[in-house]
Design a protein around this ligand. Sequence first.
Ligand code: PEP
Ligand code: MG
Length: 422
Amino acid sequence: LVAHDLSPIDTLKYCQNEKVKGILTDLGGATSHTAIIARSLSIPAIMSLYNISHTLKPGQRAYVDGYKGIVTWKTNKEEKIQMESLREEYLLLEENLLEFSKLTGQTNDGDLVSVKANIEITSELNSAIRYGAEGIGMYRTEFLFTSKDRFPTEDEQFEDYKKLLNTNHFDEATIRTLDIGGDKIKNLNVEESNPALGLRGIRYSLANIDIFERQLRAIFRVCAEEEKKIRILLPMISNIDEIIKANEIIDQTNKDFMVSDFYTIGVVIETPSAAILADEISNHVDFISIGTNDLLQYILAADRTNENLSNLMSYYQPSVIKIIKQIKDNVGNQKYISICGEMASDILSLPLFIGLGFNELSMNSHSIPIIKSAMNELSSIECKEIVNTCLDCKKASEIEEILRKFINDKILKAKNLMKYEI
Ligand code: PEP
Ligand code: MG
């Protein structure tokens, strides 16, 4: 599928068709929702190719190496044979990686870090289970809200959310309330010149209480029926008032169901304001999750969908590492804290999350086996040391180099299987 640009909704729609084997776009960044969806559906995708939609002609054959980010076309016979054998190699690699799916998310000195799946649609549950997810760390519900030309009814949501808990695999699941706006779904009733800074996430839910309540009612019905826990995750929080207001609506809605034993409330820390207020915020909720995709976008003032900013949007920017450390320190050890942005699946960032003491990493299912495997080869003590080394660095390139060397030295088993370069 070759396009100038693809919206997350179109990506989801087209990729249900088995004929789509790879995605190439001129625009888009690695943490855009389009890239996240492609990753979730295990479809190799390369974005930011500038002019690929004009370069490739309809019907032309191309090979997409999603591991290396290389697209090849006009291949001669010999190159074709090479590409086909590389494809076979990758398929074998995928099979081998599955061996790691059965591991427990823990370090080699016994610290547990739960490795969970982010999903966009409930049909991804099978791959979450297949790749060894230890739970659903975040269900992004916005795609359910756009699957029809109207928002889903309470019954439709109930039927959908129920699937999360009746798999027999998971005792609890995390449902993130509607995060409309930004680059995922344009806000239908409001024209916004800058949707990334607009009526997004909780702001939308609090401005449309009927829609928020309908979603909560569907969640509480599942709690009542399944008698298993649902973690409710509130996106795009930027101040305490929003949490207090949301909690009031949640309490009020719960009065019809009386299921307070079966849900907990958490927030996504993904705005600089929430990061600064993390200690106060944690007093109002049961758990915290850091949404690194948006946190990077807002900390670095860099649009996550802008293909020209991919160097700036580095996970290893000192400001990014420092803010994540500050959030963790401010939250302390009293509240459960996870990472739910794409950075959770970045093998180089793994030592930082372990060293900082995160309880959970939630990621696209496909990355789970390799992260589990790498985690099992790392020790918390060494990871703590590397965090301190990185905090002393002034440049992203230095941090990246230190982490790369650390991972290359420590991770032997996982690296042998990962044919692609770390
Ligand atoms: C994030 O911002 O990191 C996140 C998890 O949410 P989303 O990518 O859906 O904005
Ligand atoms: Mg976000």
